[in-house]
Design a protein around this ligand. Structure first.
Ligand SMILES: [Zn+2]
Length: 258
């Protein structure tokens, strides 16, 4: 293993991960929000992560598998497998994590709090293959490619940090708690970086499945938990506009820097 490249790779995934915290910064100004604003914020978060699933997880997964296997059908099967697996694991999480783990804040009910935490878990999980891919970018030996990839991932982590933070703001969590959660979700990125360096030789197998897995988890949670939650109080239109704005912001960032 090239130790120098491994070092740069892990360093890059750490910095990219910490950029998540920049995204959480606006919550310093956050206050308790009305149910309408809550639905808009959750919709925005869902839109950000939906676009991330396509542009920063599924797209690179397809590209990687295609360049390794040079077979479009095999690529589709691999990506479909990873995606189904991610959705299935989160189906199990959704089914078997009991609701009474999640004591509601004030009058928020524990069912809603649970779905918010499963959403944050999905965002956290997706940081893992993302950290892997930024470290692996360096391991290929092409420093400028590694750097471009890491900068891209770092930049798209900003709205993702915002997605985590806004989701918690919407549920009335304290600022200090929000920063801790955002930080914990971001350190999964360098952990992914370390694993990426270690499995570099097998990355052509592990990485496409890992990226698709994360996308499957995300799409499951957004459809099962987040969107229905934002449509319960009569603000479907506002939540939909929030989702579209989040999707567009993330897509512009991913296409520009991806
Ligand atoms: Zn991401």
């Amino acid at each position: 293993m090239n130790v120098e490249l491994a070092f740069y790779g892990i360093l890059a995934s750490s910095i990219a991960g910490l950029m998540t915290l920049i995204g959480a910064f606006p919550v310093v100004f956050g206050k308790r929000v009305s149910p309408k604003v809550e639905d808009i914020l959750l919709g925005f978060s869902a839109g950000v992560m939906l676009a991330a699933s396509f542009f920063s997880l599924l797209n690179p997964s397809v590209e990687l598998a295609l360049s390794s296997y040079e077979n479009r059908f095999l690529t589709a099967v691999i990506v479909a497998f990873g995606l189904s697996l991610g959705a299935f694991i989160f189906f199990l999480a959704d089914r078997f994590i009991p609701e009474d783990y999640f004591v509601g804040i004030d009058n928020k009910n524990s069912k809603e709090i649970k779905s918010v935490w499963i959403f944050i878990l999905a965002i956290t999980v997706h940081n893992f293959p993302e950290g892997m891919s930024s470290a692996i970018g360096f391991m290929t030996g092409d420093i400028s490619k590694g750097l471009t990839l890491a900068v891209g991932i770092g930049i798209q982590n900003i709205p993702e940090g915002l997605a985590v933070a806004l989701t918690l703001v919407a549920k009335g969590y304290r600022v200090s708690r929000i920063f801790w959660v955002t930080f914990l979700s971001s350190i999964v990125e360098p952990i992914g970086g370390v694993v990426g360096v270690l499995v570099f030789g097998f990355s052509y197998v592990v990485l496409p499945i890992g990226l698709a897995f994360a996308a499957g988890a995300m799409i499951f949670v957004i459809s099962k938990e987040i969107i229905p939650q934002t449509h319960k109080k009569g603000y479907e239109m506002e939540a939909t506009i929030g989702l579209l704005i989040g999707f567009i912001v993330m897509m512009v960032l991913d296409v520009t820097f991806g």
